[in-house]
Design a binder for this molecule. Structure first.
Ligand code: AVI
Length: 322
């Protein structure tokens, strides 16, 4: 296998800490206050997210794995042979392996991941499991335009794999823009294999984001610990609470950090005031009906060619083409 070094160019990196301070000050100056959800994923946040995926209430991962277990051969058939598989993110070792095990003569696997260390680790594991598969890791922010490495030989098509329903963390406009960007990257003959969480009983959805063990709450609050460490803010973690509610009109979980009391937080030179119960909006997790998602895909110039679901129709994996 050919593992390439992780070359990050400046325009592909998350902002350095001075810019991070600006991002946070800007977000906390908005009304209502908001912070971007990518701030969750420092080292501890990524580890906590992996633990979320193991919680009994967090059905998404379990259902997507069950679905892959049942349909991986059929999915591989739909993608065809001699594919260049580009994965948005690299933390999905189990699902990726299930897919790679069934793909016919894949030309190369390109995981796109912003954090160098998780990328390196997943490359090591994959190289051991698929010693003959060329690996071309790309250390970059997948939400920005990508310069994909030149494949070792010409693939029949490029398939962008985006599992986990991470598309749900983008608002409608952002999701359509991201799909449009992916449409450019996959080229005329390409496709997008994407995990999409489905609408269902709101109680089940809310439980997934309010697990009894409190791992999701820890994950949400870790954003503040990260900011304290990286930009020197003085958020008191015990003075904020995790809140995740399903908004049925918008079809999404809305996650907030709620101030437990009136307080002031120092963020750089700025003192940010909080009223009691004032919330910072930190994440949306959008849920789709099959019709909703087909309409979103259409906005990006894409058609849904195939849909696979788990037996309870909780989660879907969809194949989009031009
Ligand atoms: C990564 N993403 C799909 C997760 C979700 O379900 O929205 C992130 C997450 N946030 C809280 N729990 C899980």
């Amino acid at each position: 296998s050919s593992v390439q070094p992780c070359g990050i160019s400046d325009d592909e990196r998350r902002p350095p800490s001075s810019e991070l301070l600006e991002v946070v000050q800007r977000g906390l100056g908005m009304k209502p206050k908001r912070l971007p959800s990518w701030l969750f994923y420092d080292e501890r946040g990524s580890a906590l997210f992996e633990r979320i995926c193991e919680q009994p209430e967090y059905y998404l991962t379990r259902c997507e794995i069950a679905l892959m277990d049942e349909h991986a051969a059929d999915i591989a058939e739909a993608l065809g042979s001699e594919v260049r598989l580009v994965e948005y993110g690299s933390g999905n070792a189990i699902k990726t392996r299930m897919l790679l095990e069934h793909l016919h003569a894949p030309v190369t696997y390109v995981p796109v991941e912003i954090s160098p260390e998780p990328l390196r680790q997943s490359m090591e594991r994959l190289a051991a499991a698929f010693p003959r598969l060329p690996l071309q890791p790309l250390c970059a922010d997948f939400s920005r335009p990508l310069r994909l490495p030149i494949p070792p030989r010409a693939p029949r098509r490029t398939v962008l794999y985006f599992p986990g329903s991470t598309i749900g963390n983008f608002e409608n406009r952002g999701a359509a823009a991201l799909l449009r960007k992916m449409r450019n990257e996959m080229g005329d003959a390409g496709g997008i294999l994407i995990g999409v969480d489905l609408k269902k009983d709101p109680a089940l959805i809310e439980a997934a984001y309010n697990d009894r063990a409190g791992v999701t709450a820890e994950f949400t609050l870790n954003m503040l610990a990260r900011l304290n460490r990286e930009i020197g803010s003085n958020f008191e973690l015990s003075a904020f609470a995790h809140r995740a509610h399903y908004n049925p009109m918008a079809g999404r979980i809305e996650t907030h950090l709620v101030s437990r009391r009136e307080q002031q937080v120092k963020v750089g030179r700025v003192n940010v005031p909080f009223r009691i119960d004032e919330a910072i909006q930190v994440e949306y997790s959008c849920k789709y009906s099959l019709e909703d998602f087909a309409a979103l895909a259409a906005r990006a110039g894409l058609a849904v060619q195939r849909v696979w679901t788990d037996p309870q129709r909780m989660f879907s994996v969809q194949y989009l083409v031009r």
